[in-house]
Design a protein around this ligand. Structure first.
Ligand code: CMC
Length: 429
């Protein structure tokens, strides 16, 4: 029997259907509430609102669980690769050998940008933030592929998705090279995804970048761990834009813009800036923790806290372990890692953080890995965007294939002035 809930407002009772997810999450379906009662629900920041049903990613924030298409993140981190995981996220199943080869070949085929796109990079100032370049260039890419403009088409979707995954990496590397006044390095078809990105970032026309397996492995893991995270700010933005039937590239470009903010993907850059500031000031972290607790300081402990996780972010656990391994393998000693560990220890035993259930999130240690690889700080959020692309594409596909999806259009409670007449300029004080 279908479960229902009853809601009483001003002596009238309304029956609302209860929707239950495959992992037991329960929701009240309030889609007819306004029609029935004249009321809407108010949920500033959508902390308690399910905006869609989705089969892609499951998170249990209380228990610190993350699964892509049912598979625990810990297993994928240990056994899979970013590209295999991307396939899983987009198509719902792990690929067999043939499917993986085909996907991989398609990515290689799509790795070069349209040659005319090179001129666009020249228009950006060298100080331009690579996230601005990335979102502009992803949107601009759609101009070169008229099929994209036609909107979602199952016949061309695989090619469009591969183009986006492959080219976001090429655009990111070109943006970096341009910002540093370096010649563009073209992709090498013989390289796998992550190795190819490192090659385009760090090779020189006269000398190939020496690929170290630990480095490739660590960056591939960072991509994989960022590949999807249910209805976070950027993915919800992608779905929002896609709900108007905007094309895949326009939707993904909007996702990049949403990701840029320091409360979201931009936090990985903000963490390193914070750690550097602590290091330079000679603080052992204690002063900063006090500031982060004081609302009037305007500071937060970046890389800590999460809307959904009220436990240790499972991605942060994996990244922290890999961080230690990588630094050891590269024989590096990063003082910022020591500060980060001290901050974590101090925060996890401080009542302020304990009461609010604030734990390290994915961004707390990822920057240390990226620094060790030699990726400049302004590229950190770009790395996040490359990793998140499969999740955005999967959500785009889900919305387009759902058949009954409507344009996203929340309501509001208006609290502005009530009706008043227009005052001519000469009469205004
Ligand atoms: N440092 C100090 N206090 C914090 C922090 C923090 N990092 N995060 C939350 N709080 C406090 C906040 O002030 C509030 O206190 P009170 O109840 O006294 O008003 C309480 O904890 C709840 O915080 P909130 O802002 O209502 O929580 P939220 O769910 O709206 O925000 C968040 C989540 C991630 C934006 C927030 O924790 C934050 O700003 N963290 C730092 C930025 C960060 O690391 N972002 C990356 C998130 S994970 C990756 C991603 O999504 O991109």
């Amino acid at each position: 029997m279908n479960k229902t809930a009853t809601l009483t407002i001003e002596d009238k009772t309304y029956t609302l259907p209860v929707v239950e997810g495959s992992e037991g999450e329960k929701a009240l379906d309030i889609s007819t509430l306004r029609q029935q009662s004249g009321y809407i629900t108010l949920d500033d920041g959508y902390g308690n609102t399910g905006s869609c049903k989705s089969k892609i990613t499951f998170i249990d924030g209380e228990k610190g669980i993350l699964r892509y298409r049912g598979i625990p993140i810990e297993e994928l981190a240990e056994k899979s690769s970013f590209i295999e995981t991307a396939y899983l996220i987009i198509y719902g199943e792990l690929p067999n050998r043939k499917q993986l080869q085909r996907f991989s070949d398609l990515l290689t085929k799509c790795e070069n940008l349209h040659e005319d796109m090179k001129y666009h990079f020249e228009g950006f100032p060298s100080t331009g933030h690579p996230m601005a370049i990335l979102s502009s260039m992803i949107n601009a890419t759609s101009c070169f592929y008229p099929e994209v403009m036609k909107g979602y088409d199952p016949a061309t979707f695989d090619l469009m998705a591969a183009r986006l995954i492959s080219q976001v990496r090429t655009i990111a590397a070109f943006a970096y090279r341009k910002a540093h006044g370096l010649p563009i390095i073209y992709p090498k078809p013989s390289y796998k995804y992550t190795a190819n990105f490192l090659h385009m970032m760090f090779s020189e026309p006269y000398q190939d970048y020496e690929l170290q397996p630990e480095v490739v492995w660590a960056l591939d893991l960072i991509f994989l761990l960022h590949a999807d995270h249910e209805q976070n700010c950027s993915t919800a933005t992608v779905r929002f834009v896609a709900s108007s039937r905007a094309n895949l590239f326009a939707s993904a470009a909007a996702g990049v813009c949403a990701l840029w903010g320091p409360l979201h993907g931009g936090a990985n850059q903000a963490v390193i800036e914070m750690l550097q500031q602590i290091h330079d000031s000679g603080d052992d972290g204690r002063k900063f923790i006090e500031m982060a607790k004081d609302k009037s300081s305007g500071k937060r402990l970046m890389g800590f806290g999460h809307r959904v996780y009220k436990n240790y972010d499972p991605r942060a656990k994996i990244i922290k372990a890999r961080c230690d391994q990588l630094l050891k393998a590269l024989k590096l000693n990063d003082p910022l890692l020591d500060i980060a560990k001290r901050l974590e220890e101090a925060a996890l035993s401080d009542p302020y953080f304990i009461e609010r259930k604030l734990y390290p999130n994915v961004d707390f240690y990822s920057g240390i890995i990226m620094r060790a690889i030699g990726i400049p700080i302004e590229m950190f959020t770009v790395i996040f965007a490359i990793g998140r692309m499969p999740g955005w594409i999967a959500n785009y596909k889900e919305i387009m294939e759902s058949g009954d999806s409507r344009i996203y259009r929340p309501r509001q409670i208006y609290v502005g002035p009530t009706v008043r007449p227009y005052m001519p300029l000469k009469n205004r004080p």
